[in-house]
Design a protein around this ligand. Structure first.
Ligand code: AMP
Length: 298
């Protein structure tokens, strides 16, 4: 496995790669969720590039940039075991040198859901992802459904800016009791980690009701709130039933599909999770011009 930090070297190596390139951007401290993306990329491409970069511009001033968990040694071992070709670990001072002033941002999607709690977060995400796409020029890029809003924003970014690549959204990988895997679960004590299963219980309750025919968005939101209220450690930030395309709250009746999502603080961790009602990433893209990248492999 080749390790690259220099931006010039990444460009240089990329120019000489043959075949389809699959790219998985991460912030490291890898778990089975990340590895599921890596395995999918490995299965679908000749070359797999994984980036590890804790992107400072997507963290707010009072967020966990400094304490974000890191273990590069272990990450490299895991990626080598998965047969990754290139691990790209750029340096913040190279990506954001003095005088840096270019930002990529979308108008509406970043203002919803997570955007209400984390202003500026998605501007950092879409900027770094654009830069990483330019550096790695992938045919396919892999994102987790776990961060549904992020994945939907990247999908929109790729369409709007005409990136010649396919965005692949992969299912959320969970602990046996339902908690979505996340590097931030590290902040939880063993007891909190058990209790954090309440997020998925709440989502499942909404999903079961939807599958049984319930279409009133507010009824589904209330089912989630009621479930979360039973867990004294859970401090709810939001509970949402939103349109999967616009991410607007659905005021009354769900007519097609919907995104059920929530953000909850437990102990030191801020946890997010979601399920999709009446849709999957593959059904979402029926019209996708990005589903099959047409560009040649060199
Ligand atoms: P992060 O390192 O948290 O920035 O995550 C890197 C990528 O892994 C993102 O596309 C995430 O959505 C994805 N990811 C994180 N956790 C999971 C999970 N539990 N299941 C599937 N994908 C995940």
């Amino acid at each position: 496995m080749k390790q690259i930090s220099s931006l010039a070297e990444m460009h240089q190596v990329r120019r000489n790669l043959q075949g389809r390139v699959g790219f998985v951007p991460t912030m490291g401290y890898l778990h089975e969720g990340h590895l599921s993306l890596v395995r999918r990329a490995r299965a679908e491409n000749e070359v797999v590039i994984v980036s590890i970069f804790v992107n400072p511009t997507q963290f707010g001033p009072n967020e966990d940039l400094d304490s974000y968990p890191r273990d590069l040694e272990r990450d490299r071992t895991l990626l080598a075991q998965e047969g990754v070709d290139i691990v790209f670990m750029p340096r913040a001072e190279d990506l954001y040198p003095p005088g840096y002033q270019t930002w990529v941002t979308l108008e509406d999607l970043p203002t919803k859901l997570e955007g209400t709690q984390r202003p500026g977060h998605f501007r950092g995400v879409t900027t770094i992802v654009t830069k990483l796409f330019n550096l790695t020029r992938p045919h396919r890029a892999y994102f987790g459904q776990k961060d549904a809003q992020q994945a939907l924003i990247i999908r929109r970014l790729v369409r709007d800016l005409n990136f010649d690549l396919a965005v692949v959204i992969c299912p959320t990988v969970r602990e046996p009791h339902g908690l979505a895997m996340s590097s931030r679960n590290e902040y939880l004590t063993p007891q909190e980690r058990e209790r954090a299963a309440v997020l998925y219980r709440a989502l499942r309750r909404a999903q079961n009701a939807y599958e049984a025919g319930e279409r009133h968005a507010e009824v589904l939101r209330q089912l989630m709130r009621d479930t979360l209220a039973k867990e004294p450690l859970a401090r709810v930030e939001y509970v949402s039933i939103a349109d999967l395309n616009t991410l607007e709250e659905i005021p009354a009746i769900i007519s097609g599909s919907a995104l059920a999502s929530l953000a909850v603080r437990i102990g030191k961790a801020r946890l997010i999770d979601n399920v999709w009602l009446g849709a999957t990433p593959s059904t979402l893209d029926t019209d996708s011009e990005n589903a099959t990248p047409g560009r040649s492999t060199t």
